[in-house]
Ligand binder design. Structure first.
Ligand code: C5P
Length: 402
């Protein structure tokens, strides 16, 4: 539960995207947040306060003159113990109000009255012309300058029938952005290159050799690095996973393609994390045409060794001083001994050993970190939790600028 114990003020303003706010409210509660909904009068035209009350499990506030609030100071009381305010959907007009510090309804007043430590995030939702209107562009610049975080908007088909930027993000995307906003920015401004997933080594145009890597660990590491403020490039073999938000993914199939993509992206990277399960061999006599099943024998496949991407990056780092290299190892026995030896063989400062080959495809994992000082066992956890821990460990080991 990524938002366990967090108190979120969820503000709704006028827009068709209010229907997505219902889903979002449910998702926040499911992640352990306690949600306090505040709606503008326009928002209540799009979705009923009763719906939001049922989903949040808390009374909804729509009016600054609400007689239920004994001291009549809802605009103060609602934010004092909150951990974040998220306005979703945020209309063009509400952006204007925020940019000018307007206080003409409960939601705008509580935003202005919020403690300075309290983060305010908005998820704009509007027609493309409204989003691109110079007045909105001016207000957006002001909001960014004021430290307000803007989630989205996305481009695509709009409720009005037009197409372009202004669609509010989906509930799961907003949840991911909000969770990310809470993570410590231990890799702020750093550039991180990650490999993930299996590789696929062709036998012919329709057949090939691959492995059981799901990509879950590598994708979790990419998400955790992005959450920590890094600019992340993820070179991924074939997986069924969606790229984490804000991460640039380069899709490859074979180990050779993965090697070339990594080498092409290497300049300027400060961290390289090789999570991919890269095939050790490729078929050197792969056929251009689909192999025919012929009587009297199976095809004779020949193999040649693939380049070790991690070792190549580590060799380049030894020559240039960057990036800081992290490898993964899946061993089925003697992990402590093999892990320590593998770290030295690859010439890397940090190696992550998976305990047991059964990690492939699982959501949970137990890992051991190997570095020059020895090894540390991280307690069993889901892969995203482990990935966040790993990112913190990497950040603490990075050379500090003088
Ligand atoms: O030697 P082994 O395959 O066990 O090493 C695993 C580590 O090396 C992982 O970090 C993996 O991503 C990386 N690797 C690589 N290129 C290869 C083989 C492994 O980058 N050809």
């Amino acid at each position: 539960m990524d938002l366990q114990g967090k108190k979120i003020v969820l503000g709704l303003t006028g827009g068709v995207a209010c229907y997505k706010a219902a889903e979002l409210c449910r998702a926040l509660v499911k992640q352990g947040a306690s949600v306090q909904v505040v709606m503008t009068a326009a928002a209540t035209q799009f979705i009923g306060a009763v719906t939001m009350q049922a989903l949040s499990g808390n009374p909804v506030y729509t009016d600054q003159w609400d007689a239920r609030v004994a001291n009549n100071m809802a605009h103060i009381d609602l934010t004092r113990d909150a951990d974040a305010i998220l306005i979703a959907p945020c209309s063009t007009d509400f952006m204007r109000k925020l940019a000018h510090g307007a206080c003409d309804d409960l939601l705008s007043t509580l935003c202005v009255a919020r403690p300075r430590r309290l983060p305010l995030h908005i998820a704009p939702a509007m027609n493309v012309e409204m989003w691109e209107n110079p007045a909105t562009v001016r207000n957006l610049a002001q909001l960014l300058e004021d430290g307000i975080k803007v989630f989205g908007p996305a481009a695509g088909a709009q409720a009005c029938g037009e197409t372009g930027y202004g669609r509010m993000l989906e509930a799961d995307e907003l949840l991911e952005d909000l969770v990310a906003a809470f993570q410590p920015k231990v890799l702020a401004g750093k550039r991180v290159l990650i490999t993930a997933g299996p590789t696929f080594e062709a036998i012919d145009p329709v057949r090939g050799i691959t492995n059981l890597s799901s990509g879950k660990m590598g994708y979790a590491v990419a998400r955790a690095a992005h959450e920590a403020g890094a600019e992340v490039v993820l070179v991924s073999g074939p997986t069924a996973l969606a790229a984490p938000r804000g991460v640039r993914r380069i899709d490859v199939q074979s180990a050779r393609q993965m090697h070339d993509a990594v080498m092409g992206q290497l300049a300027g990277q400060q961290v390289f994390i090789g999570v991919a399960a890269v095939a050790d061999w490729r078929v050197s006599n792969a056929s251009d045409q689909k192999m025919k099943k012929t009587a009297g024998g199976a095809p004779q496949l020949q193999f040649s060794e693939n380049a070790d991407i991690l070792a190549a990056v580590s060799a380049s780092a030894a020559a240039t001083g960057a990036p800081y290299c992290v490898g993964f190892a899946a061993e089925s026995e003697n992990l402590i001994e093999y892990g320590a030896a593998k770290r030295l063989r690859k010439g890397i400062p940090l190696l992550v050993g998976n305990i047991g080959p059964q990690t492939f495809g699982q959501d949970d994992n137990t890992v051991i970190l190997f570095d020059a000082a020895g090894h540390t066992v991280l307690p069993r956890a889901d892969k995203l939790t482990l990935a966040r821990r790993l990112i913190a460990e990497i950040a603490s080991r990075l050379p500090q600028p003088l």
